[in-house]
Design a protein around this ligand. Sequence first.
Ligand code: ATP
Ligand code: MG
Length: 161
Amino acid sequence: MSDKLEFKTIVVPYDGSDQAKHALEVARGLIGGSEESRLMLLHVIPSGMVGATENVDGTVIDGVPWGLLDYETYKDVVDGALARIKSEVEESVGDAASDPRISIEAIADTSPAEAIAKYAATHGADLIVMGRRGLGALRGMLGSVSYGVLHSAEMPVLTVK
Ligand code: ATP
Ligand code: MG
């Protein structure tokens, strides 16, 4: 048995906060060195927010109700928002973005916490590492996303400050 505790697939839910950055650092220290070891960084955009006031290129749409958009246009807006967020995450994590074991994904979902738990289960994660708090302004022990993930996830969850 190896004397180092290693995990094969770690999911790091990432919102760009200092605590999420710390979670990424901790996860990088825990991930195994083998070929199959993966660290999956995941950002969830609450889907009610996707493109609510923005066009694909980031310009503001003035008061056009979403119900009037056809599916293809709506999909373009969502895909554009996800691509933009993904490159923001890539920029924010610095050299981690070029680590071959690390993948970065942005998805849209109505519930970030449930989407994170489901993503981790679907990808066979053996650990989730996340911040206790995030970008929210309120102070307290846990944010709503970390609380929700602790509630929903079947695998071990490590929270860091
Ligand atoms: P709240 O959002 O409830 O006001 P908060 O922002 O302080 O409080 P959380 O949002 O629960 O706290 O953040 C805790 C951790 O959850 C973050 O450090 C990050 O790891 C993860 N996280 C938060 N939001 C997202 C998100 N949208 N996508 C992916 N991970 C997230
Ligand atoms: Mg938050």
